[in-house]
Write a protein that binds this ligand. Structure first.
Ligand code: FES
Length: 566
């Protein structure tokens, strides 16, 4: 904790009330104007940031949840003030130009929360967030502001169903691949699309949203089980009502985000990502959150954690089960308890309950390895080391991130099929030009070239749906969705737009992906690469104004977390 204070000093930490009285009576007048009373003027003010909006299932219920949060905050004797920021649903932007806005939205969310809380001088911050970029954006803002903060996750979605088969968002993309391959009828295609998403909540596998929610709980920045309650579960509303009380404790203890987000806490978060088979996007986001929290964290740290951490969870996309199934076995706290008891996570880290991880876990039920089959025991892991592997080599001198669960094998050697942007791969697939043994090289999809480092969910799902998932590999300077499975390497740095070697690959080149020795190698001589480089010209970027223009000018590389304030 930063300092010890009395509760009253804590509630006036930023001297908002006192300062406004002396220097800005208009501010106090406005607070009376919004309906606050004289008694409220002595209470701490908590900003409640919601990324709620109507247009998609991950965010549609968040404004409703933030009303429950506000009630709990007020019952706890604080003033709660709701404000909104933007969100982007990757599920809706995947495969179209809208995807360029997705990763930039993370930093825009961080900037906007920082702006409101900084400007309005709130004593504390609660964020109610529900999709891939919203969570890291919220955490980046918390790290920058360093005022007592708690994240509330909107919760996972329930599974859909059609003809007795459980469905989720990935089923919709894979149905498209089956359509290309002619292995699904029009009626069944429609049936899948109409039934895959049954209502509110974030995509239901261990995709990016559930990966971030689970690991942020392990980081200590949300209440226990925040990541496990589905959006429609009664526990979610109870959690919303409970955060007010937790916020009072944080204010009284002066327990700040940077007291919680320590080096050990980031190790806990990344350990959970790996144990649960989480998304490659977590690498990008934790590099960015750590940078905002002033904690040095690199790709090599991720590899070191992956080397010592087994993959234990049989969860989608590579496995069988969904996030909604995790609550029934005790939720993320039970998984954490098992890891803590076996020395895989640090129990001494503080959390937003005002207690340590170990103290929080004392009450969590033990995993029952006879009754449940979602989490494998450490004695028989799905994979003895992590599925996230950092590869270097002449194709990725500054690094790349591979997702290798072992089901796809750990080595792939093949012939390059170059796709300038993801659209050309979709064309090749539709024309039957994608063949077993190929390494599909999708380039000019990096943070600058994309722009915005789009996810390749549509191509990877279509490749799976076309039945080529086990016979081709895919490499890109873009990202992969948390829903992606198959032999994939993303985040290749330097990106093609910056003249990275991926820009120099030609059809027919031989490429080796070796996730055992962590190498991504293009089998072309240095002389030949130099000759190709001499003829290479960076393509002109299409955006001349607006946020994407600003993004391209400011964004750092994927190996640096794509932050925009370096
Ligand atoms: Fe929002 Fe998947 S698109 S959680």
């Amino acid at each position: 904790m930063s300092t010890t204070t009395t509760p009253q000093q804590a509630l006036n930490r930023y001297s908002r009330t006192l300062t406004q009285e002396v220097t800005n009576p208009a501010a106090q007048a406005m607070l009376y104007g919004i309906g606050l009373t004289e008694a409220d003027m002595d209470k701490a003010q908590v900003g409640i940031a919601s990324t709620g909006y109507e247009g998609n299932t991950c965010n549609m219920h968040l404004n409703g949840l933030s009303v429950h949060v506000k009630k709990g905050v007020q019952e706890a004797g604080l003033v709660g003030l709701i404000f909104n920021t933007i969100g982007v649903s990757d599920g809706m932007t995947n495969g179209n130009d809208g995807m360029s806005y997705s990763l930039p939205s993370r930093d825009l969310i961080a900037d906007s929360i920082e702006t409101v809380v900084g400007a309005q001088w709130y004593d504390g911050l609660i964020t109610v967030v529900g999709c891939d970029k919203n969570m890291p954006g919220a955490l980046m803002a918390m790290a920058r502001l360093n005022r007592p903060s708690i994240m509330v996750y909107g919760g996972t979605i329930r599974t859909g169903s059609y003809k007795g088969q459980k469905l989720d968002i990935i089923s919709a993309f894979e149905a498209l691949g089956k359509k290309f391959a002619g292995t699904i009828s029009d009626e069944d295609y429609k049936g899948v699309i109409q039934n895959a998403i049954p209502g509110q909540g974030a995509c239901g596998g261990m995709y990016t949203a559930n990966t971030m929610a689970s690991s942020i709980e392990a980081l200590g920045m949300s209440l226990p089980n925040s990541s496990s309650y589905p959006a429609t579960h009664e526990g979610k509303q109870a959690e919303c009502r409970a955060v007010g009380k937790a916020m009072v404790k944080l204010l009284e203890m002066n327990l700040l985000p940077r007291d919680i987000m320590t080096r050990q806490a980031f190790e806990n978060a990344l350990t959970i990502v790996i144990v649960l088979g989480g998304s490659t996007n977590a690498v990008l986001h934790y590099l960015a959150i750590a940078r905002n929290a002033g904690i040095p964290l690199t790709l090599d740290d991720v590899q070191a954690i992956s080397d010592r951490t087994p993959l234990l969870a049989d969860l989608k996309p590579s496995g069988k089960y969904y996030m909604e199934d995790v609550l029934a076995i005790g939720g993320v706290p039970s998984v954490m308890k098992y890891l803590w008891q076996n020395g895989l996570i640090h129990g001494e880290c503080m959390t937003v309950t005002g207690k340590t991880i170990a103290e929080n876990l004392a009450e969590a039920p033990d995993l029952d390895f006879d009754a449940q089959k979602i989490i494998f025991p450490l004695s028989t892991p799905i994979k003895s080391t992590g599925h996230l592997q950092i590869l270097y080599g002449n194709l990725a001198p500054s690094g790349s991130v591979a997702k290798v669960t072992g089901k796809e094998g750990e080595r792939f050697e093949g012939i390059a099929k170059v796709c300038e942007k993801e659209e050309s791969l979709m064309e090749f697939l539709a024309n039957g030009e994608v063949q077993p043994g190929q390494v599909l090289v999708i380039r000019y999809e990096g943070p600058k070239g994309g722009p915005g480092m789009p996810e390749m969910l549509k191509p990877t799902s279509a490749v799976m749906g076309a039945g080529l998932g086990n016979s081709v590999a895919m490499i890109t300077d873009g990202r992969f969705s948390g829903g992606t499975h198959g032999f994939v390497v993303g985040h290749i740095t330097p990106e093609a737009q910056d003249g990275g070697p991926i820009a120099l690959v030609r059809d027919g080149d031989r490429i080796t992906i070796d996730a055992v020795n962590n190498v991504l190698q293009l089998h072309v001589s240095d002389e030949e690469l130099s000759a190709r480089r001499a003829n290479w010209v960076a393509p002109e970027l299409p955006f001349k104004q607006g946020i994407l223009r600003k993004y391209v000018k400011n964004v750092s590389s994927a190996s640096e977390g794509c932050v925009t304030d370096l």
